[in-house]
Design a protein around this ligand. Structure first.
Ligand SMILES: Nc1ncnc2c1ncn2[C@@H]1O[C@H](COP(=O)(O)OP(=O)(O)OP(=O)(O)O)[C@@H](O)[C@H]1O
Length: 275
């Protein structure tokens, strides 16, 4: 039997809060379990307000923080037991991050195309500049850009939307199976948010890549996601098929969120911008 792409088993994360001498502990994530199948790529949203533990969860899935309880398994491999450079590189090829602020993800003094070439060489085996450029251009085409548009340009010479697309292209270069996108559109102009999140659905279908979409914004998550979990104070309070959860929310928090989605959808319909 094929191991799931990603499996969280009763995952918890507790931080020692309040400095070295303090005994105060912050329980950021509590007993979270879910599974993403290997065969069926999906957009899976983790929704919660600030402080609900979303970023702590994202960091554990990316192998950037270890679970203090439970296990995070990628293709059956416990990330806490990932050892050796080859295994880490293989994991990085398969699981790629997309961060909130593209202007922080790129050094302002480095041309954007250079990042793409470096990823092509380091993670996709591109041998020489022509191969790196070809890999960069292929990935940029997947997000509606091209190398010709980007060549030689610095981050500040691109719009936030273009730069976030470039960040997504960079993440696609190694041919990942999972993208972990932590609030990828919260710093993007509101008018461009939908086009960027819709891209996740297109990439799921075109490239068979799964997306863990982490957001506080129920409206975009509801629109693009196959399944959602709603977190509050580190715990999953609701989980399941996005439409089913929103049609029949049971937790007071999800009911409240649903009301906010309905008001956003109403606004979309009035503007005629509903995707
Ligand atoms: N390194 C850390 N040390 C101590 N406490 C932390 C640390 N990182 C996060 N926390 C705490 O854990 C809780 C969850 O934080 P986390 O960043 O995971 O939530 P979040 O839902 O992503 O919020 P936001 O959207 O504001 O980033 C918060 O109470 C936060 O203060």
């Amino acid at each position: 039997m094929t191991a799931p792409l990603l499996e969280l088993r009763h995952v918890g994360k507790t931080y020692a809060g309040g400095g070295l001498l303090s005994r105060r502990k912050v329980s950021a994530v509590k007993d979270v379990s879910f599974t993403l199948a290997a065969e069926t790529p999906e957009v899976f949203a983790i929704i919660g307000e600030s402080g609900s533990g979303k970023s702590s969860l994202a960091r554990m899935v990316l192998g950037m923080g270890t679970a203090t309880e439970g296990q995070v398994l990628f293709r059956g491999q416990d990330l806490a037991r990932l050892r050796g450079r080859a295994a880490r590189l293989d994991f990085m090829r398969q699981v790629q991050p997309i961060f909130q602020n593209p202007f922080e993800a790129f050094n302002p003094l480095t041309r954007v195309d250079r990042y793409l070439y470096a990823t092509a060489r380091n993670l996709a085996g591109a041998d020489g500049q022509p191969a790196a450029e070809a890999a960069a251009d292929r990935a940029l085409q997947q997000v509606g850009l091209s190398l010709d548009e980007l060549r030689g340009r610095f981050p500040h010479e691109l719009s936030g939307g273009q730069l976030q697309r470039a960040a997504i292209a960079r993440a696609l270069i190694p041919g990942p199976a999972l993208l972990v996108a932590d609030e990828p559109v919260s710093m993007i102009d509101a008018s461009l948010r939908m086009t960027i999140v819709n891209l996740f659905r297109e990439l799921r279908d075109r490239l068979q890549v799964s997306i863990l979409y982490i957001t506080h914004d129920l409206a975009t998550a509801y629109t693009i996601s196959d399944r959602i979990v709603i977190m509050r104070q580190g715990e999953v309070v609701e989980a399941g098929d996005a439409r089913a959860v929103l049609a029949h929310p049971t937790h007071p928090y999800s009911i409240q969120l649903k009301d906010s989605v309905l008001s956003v959808e109403g606004a979309w319909q009035e503007e005629g911008t509903r995707p």
